[in-house]
Design a protein around this ligand. Structure first.
Ligand SMILES: [Mg+2]
Length: 312
């Protein structure tokens, strides 16, 4: 169980054990990248697993730190990759949850300065949050003489593949005001591309601003509990009867542990069994929250338990 994983974390599951585990759960949360798909390829068996879980009456949610798409674009991606009937209300992205946080928790009165892209812009627009970001400055303008917006009440940092020095410098200027909120969609340090290439994630951009401003961002995505609170505010979800399936120990597994939810590490993504075992065997108490309760090679390992009847 989460919170007491040190003595028996990283447990490899056989089919019968998966059935017993799923019997005790009414809600399954999946991370997306590295769990149900990799880029534009569904993990083999993942669409069937999701369909069968729903057929067995489980509530299924997708919790992703990827802020580059609005939820309607995720719905299209699910459909394109062969997942049937996944609705917008089952998808919680860090962009969507950031917009909810600004509207419903911070109740921001004014504009948000955004380091990010279209996925974030669309979710903010749909939530009715005024924002600026992405606009180019006139040629020759520098941070010393560019106009700054006096109505900026929050800076939101996410993945931005058009990041430039001016954006970072403007964010620094806005964050000089201690009343200006400092939010990050997530803290993912990097993301894998094909053939060993990687790209820096939102966490790297946030770290640059944290260093420059000597402030700490409020994190919306995993491992923060906020995504789970968003689900719990709309659906009857019991943490003790929920399961979090992810591929990153420091985001997905820590998120599950923080929410009191049992965790499954799947080995189709970033983190390895060896990393999980080294955290389990570590004597550092703070590293125990990175230890998954269970490990599977792939979520297709759920299939036999779901296909062969039983009491699920
Ligand atoms: Mg992932």
């Amino acid at each position: 169980m989460a919170g007491a994983v040190s003595s028996r974390g990283c447990r490899r599951l056989r089919s019968s054990q998966i059935r017993d585990l799923l019997d005790t759960k009414h809600c399954v949360l999946f991370d997306c990248d590295g769990v149900i798909w990799n880029g534009e390829k569904a993990v083999v068996g993942a669409p069937e697993v999701v369909s069968l879980l729903k057929k067995r009456g489980k509530n299924v949610f997708f919790v992703t730190n990827n802020c580059t798409r609005p939820r309607e674009s995720y719905v299209q991606k699910f459909s394109r990759l062969g997942f049937k009937g996944v609705g917008q209300n089952e998808i919680l992205s860090s962009a969507y949850c950031s917009a909810l946080y600004l509207r419903d928790v911070a109740k921001v009165q004014g504009k948000v300065f955004v380091i990010g892209g279209d996925g974030m812009y669309k979710e903010l627009r749909q939530a009715g949050i005024p924002f600026v970001g992405g606009e180019s400055d006139a040629a020759g303008v520098t941070i010393s003489d560019c106009p700054l917006d006096s109505d900026i009440k929050a800076v939101l940092v996410g993945y931005d593949d058009k990041l430039n020095f001016m954006k970072l410098a403007k964010a620094c200027c806005y964050l000089r005001n201690p009343e200006c909120l400092f939010l990050a969609t997530d803290t993912d340090p990097w993301h894998p591309l094909r053939e060993g290439r990687v790209i820096p994630g939102s966490g790297s951009l946030t770290a640059a601003l944290e260093t420059a401003t000597d402030r700490k961002a409020t994190v919306i995505g995993k491992p923060s509990r906020f995504m789970f609170e968003c689900i719990a505010s709309q659906f009857a979800v019991d943490p003790a009867r929920s399961l979090m399936v992810g591929d990153r120990l420091k985001t997905d597994v820590l998120f599950g542990a923080s929410c009191g939810v049992d965790t499954v590490l799947t080995l189709t993504g970033v983190s390895t069994l060896e990393e999980a075992q080294s955290y389990r065997d570590s004597h550092a108490p703070e590293e125990q929250a990175f230890v998954p309760d269970y490990v599977v090679d792939t979520i297709a390992d759920f299939l036999p338990a779901l296909e062969d009847g039983g009491t699920l």
